[in-house]
Ligand binder design. Structure first.
Ligand SMILES: NC(=O)c1ccc[n+]([C@@H]2O[C@H](COP(=O)([O-])OP(=O)(O)OC[C@H]3O[C@@H](n4cnc5c(N)ncnc54)[C@H](OP(=O)(O)O)[C@@H]3O)[C@@H](O)[C@H]2O)c1
Length: 278
């Protein structure tokens, strides 16, 4: 099998490039092909003739998207449509990586794949609109929604907490937003397996379990063996440009139905620490 990855230089993309063995994998950065360039996207997809096209490229800065709305929609929605059109013309299969932020967070239990999208911010809206366009263009496409991604390939929450904890005696972290931390390596492995299973439709792919950002930070500090005090605060006490869902826990049901269970996020965090130390 031949696969091509848009966004191969990102947090997830790097993990995909490392974990994907036994197949021919072509990885692209924005410098190779900017997905906003319809013509370039089409030429690349036509010339490579991959069976699977993985779209992990995104403008994923949630707060940045609020002040750069045009870029958010140009990359995350219109860029995704460019890729989907090229995939359709080439007769290939598309995997689109989407986000828990397509939901508004008002549900009191984990989100299932058929729950109604109602994003709160520009980033979530751009991903939700992409999902809708892609399902219209390619009804058989595979959409993997994930959340709270961390890994060694770039900036992520554990990395930020460790840097802050090294210089501060206390850290204030929000305790009223709940989600599923997801290790890029575990996500990559699941995605590869799902592509090999010819998956179609929407699947929620996260590590098992859930927590608030405060609980996540406390566990990071604990596993790092640091003494920094982590204090719970409310979202109201720490305003950010983008509104975020209070509950964006994604249910594992869709993944389990496909025979996959991912390890718990605490175990994933421990492996992230080991990878970081190498
Ligand atoms: N991070 C999270 O917490 C999170 C949560 C849920 C879902 N997701 C989704 O998961 C996927 C992967 O996220 P990530 O955290 O790995 O992203 P990331 O680290 O920010 O990487 C983004 C990737 O997209 C590429 N890219 C950006 N703009 C592009 C453009 N105009 N044309 C082509 N490529 C472009 C970047 O290439 P360059 O290196 O060349 O800039 C890079 O490879 C995204 O779809 C994101 O929406 C992420």
């Amino acid at each position: 099998m031949r696969a091509m990855i848009f966004g191969a230089t990102g947090l997830l993309g790097q993990a995909l490039m490392c974990e994907w063995s036994g197949d021919e994998v072509i990885g692209l950065s924005s410098r190779d092909v900017d997905i906003r360039d319809k013509q370039k996207v089409s030429e690349k997809v036509q010339s490579v003739r991959a069976e699977w096209i993985v779209l992990a490229a995104a403008y994923a800065d949630v707060d940045g998207c609020e002040s750069n709305r045009e870029r958010a929609f140009a990359v995350n929605r219109d860029g995704a449509v460019n890729v989907a059109e090229a995939v359709k013309a080439a007769g290939a299969k598309l995997l689109f990586i989407s986000s828990d932020y397509v939901f508004d967070g008002t549900k009191t239990s984990p989100y299932e794949t058929d729950d109604t999208r109602n994003p709160l911010g520009v980033y979530g809206r751009s991903k939700a609109e992409a999902e809708i366009h892609l399902q219209e263009l390619l009804p058989d496409c595979f959409i993997a929604r994930t959340s709270w991604l961390f890994g060694t390939g770039g900036k992520c929450f554990p990395d930020t907490i460790l840097k802050l904890a090294a210089t501060r005696p206390t850290l204030d972290v929000v305790n009223d937003q709940r989600g599923c931390p997801t290790y890029s390596v575990d996500l990559a492995r699941a995605i590869i397996e799902l592509c090999r299973k010819d998956t179609k439709g929407i699947v929620h792919v996260t590590n098992a379990g859930n927590c608030t950002w405060f609980e996540f930070a406390r566990e990071i500090v604990r596993q790092a063996g640091l003494t920094t005090e982590v204090r719970p605060v409310t979202t109201q006490q720490m305003p950010r440009p983008a509104q975020r869902p209070a509950n964006s826990v994604l249910s594992p049901t869709s993944l389990e139905r496909l025979g996959i269970t991912l390890p718990g996020w605490q175990d994933a965090l421990a492996r992230y620490f080991r990878e970081r130390a190498v």
